[in-house]
Write a new protein. Structure first.
Length: 198
């Protein structure tokens, strides 16, 4: 077992169409969601980066150090765009990835991911399953896996969805008990906010 830690990556580059506003810059009790996600990841990573689209840079630069921001280099390929953009910038890093609209700070889930990551080193990915279903975030995507995805992403038959990438990888899945299901909750709409009491 080693004490190695991955790099944290918060995905904020989605269009937030259903929410109607940039989700990373929403706040709960005076704290921005992006800041909350950084705080959640800080105990399990050696540093934390934020994935954004280029048009978000001005807004995020007002609240975060610019060196933490990674602009998307790809378009129209969904969440993997932010992960691959971070990989292009830091090709030797493994990434513990979390979406900005996932409010849970279930430390058990993150601790389990990190424990397996520190114990099993020759693995491409570390992720969770809930009732047999792969949860793409939070998950650890290694540089080895992302190198392969970078090579294959332009192939017409290659599915770039994070779930598919994890499923096809040489990965380790952690079976998560149902009482930790809130760890994978994401908030996409105003009604989701109301239901979560936020």
């Amino acid at each position: 077992m080693t004490d190695r830690k991955p790099t944290g990556l918060v995905l904020c580059g989605g269009n937030s169409r259903r929410m109607g506003t940039d989700k990373g810059l929403l706040s709960t009790e005076g704290k921005l969601w992006v800041e909350e996600r950084i705080q959640t990841l800080s105990s399990f990573t050696n540093r934390c980066l934020i994935s954004i689209r280029s048009e978000q840079k001005a807004s995020y630069s007002k609240v975060l150090l610019e060196r933490k921001l990674v602009e998307d280099s790809f378009s129209n390929i969904g969440p993997i765009s932010g992960i691959l953009s971070a990989h292009n910038r830091y090709p030797d890093d493994d990434f513990l990835v979390l979406a900005c609209d996932m409010p849970s700070s279930d430390f058990w889930v993150f601790s389990e991911l990190l424990k397996v990551y520190q114990t099993k080193s020759e693995i491409e990915s570390y992720f969770c399953k809930l009732e047999g279903m792969i949860e793409p975030f939070p998950a650890i995507y290694t540089s080895k896996l992302l190198n392969e995805v970078s090579k294959r992403r332009m192939e017409s038959d290659f599915n770039v969805s994070p779930k598919n990438i994890l499923e096809k990888s040489n990965g380790i899945a952690i079976e998560v008990p149902k009482d930790h299901s809130n760890a994978f909750l994401n908030l996409n709409t105003l009604s989701d906010l109301s239901a979560a009491g936020l």
